[in-house]
Write a protein that binds this ligand. Sequence first.
Ligand SMILES: Nc1nc2c(c(=O)[nH]1)N[C@H]1C(S)=C(S)[C@@H](COP(=O)(O)O)O[C@H]1N2
Ligand SMILES: [Mo]
Length: 452
Amino acid sequence: MSDKFNDTQSPRVTAAEEKVASEGRRKFLRKGAALTGGAVLAGSAGAQAKDKITDPIEPPRVKQLGRGVVSVPYGKPSKYESHVLRRNVEWLTADTIASISFTPFQDLEGIITPNGLHFERYHSGAVDIDPKDHRMAVHGMVEKPMVFTVEDLKRMPQTSKIHFMECPANGAMEWRGVQMDSMQFTHGMLSCSEWTGVKLTTLMEYLGVSPDATWFYAEGMDGSALQRSIPLPGAKDQFGKPVPDADEIYKDIIVAYAQNGEALRPEQGYPLRLVVPGTEANLSIKYLRRIKFTDKPLVTYQETRHYTDAMPDGRIRQFTLINEANSVVTYPCPDKRLKEKGFHEIRGIAWSGRGKVKRVDVSVDGGRNWHEAELQEPVLSKCLTRFRLPWEWNGEEALVMSRVQDETGYVQPTLQQLKAKRGTNSIYHKNAIQVWKVEKNGEVKNVQVKYV
Ligand SMILES: Nc1nc2c(c(=O)[nH]1)N[C@H]1C(S)=C(S)[C@@H](COP(=O)(O)O)O[C@H]1N2
Ligand SMILES: [Mo]
């Protein structure tokens, strides 16, 4: 047994070990093919994969010592992963100060977005704030108006929750048929983190918020002084109409100081930001300096000029805050083509601003047939959920797409269905099914199909 750990021997895999390993692989792949149930997808994935295994194998090995501890005191990705980067679309904005960068989902696994790859959206650039000098005022309809330091907030009862963050402009270019051949650009105004901080409801209790307060107003301390009104139960708009989902949105709100175990990054609003799970990320005010409880919306520039939906009848929808269920296939996709025929696992992400993902179906023939994908645990509320479906690609053209259903029963619409309801003047809340066309050579294109 001892020579198992003996570093002087080549790690040869014996014929017996290889037999066991390949049987395991076959079993896994067979199970995968059976899961799909569909004629298109069933195939000899196991046999195909087995042909690839070279026996015996002798992987390369390093012949000198490696780097010592703390040669990189704060770890970085391997230099061979240097292509995995946030990217921007240069023609989209006049400069990079009021702009956006996109998360490279084509290269990410699981549900957590690494902090350095969280998408960025600034109205006036990222700023560096010394937490010692930072203050957050809470005032308006409260018994005890207060000014908090970051340390004060850290002493309060804490919460940690994993939630996605999505700009409602994600996919906006698709409305008018500007199709980017890149999943990073069609869906990358999205990220998912574990956020740690104080629940808004804890602060509300502590400060004695008046029962007559039906809104609060949050403001950032960066140059744009980003301001949004956020509804509380009973919220009405400036015309007296009840605001949808006002009873739900506030419950999950976090005043966050940490992200995936470490302090927020400056790009994400260090040292404090609001996280308003399930809603358009514009509400998740970074560099948070002020919360004011009120009984009416402030009707700011950010909730009139921006972040409203122009409907086909010429009317404007306002305070449509929830990001409805959405999903996309991350492999294959335009940024990650197929390299060869045979077994592939179709993979993707699904999410809903209303709660948990219940089910994801995948089609490889433009929606004629659908196959239920496997959901990867954990499946959490207002959080990215991974899905997977085994696929035997026969080298022919394919139209690959995913469709999510959330726990409320809401089903992701096709682009045609969405356009029928919302027209083509919209910018925000494009959550339509995304179609990827796989070409015979394995390249993948972003296409819009008449019936999808
Ligand atoms: N203070 C401040 N907060 C802000 C913004 C900003 O420019 N300044 N941008 C908003 C918008 S439009 C979005 S989509 C999210 C983006 O959060 P992120 O940059 O952490 O991805 O932050 C929101 N909060
Ligand atoms: Mo945004």
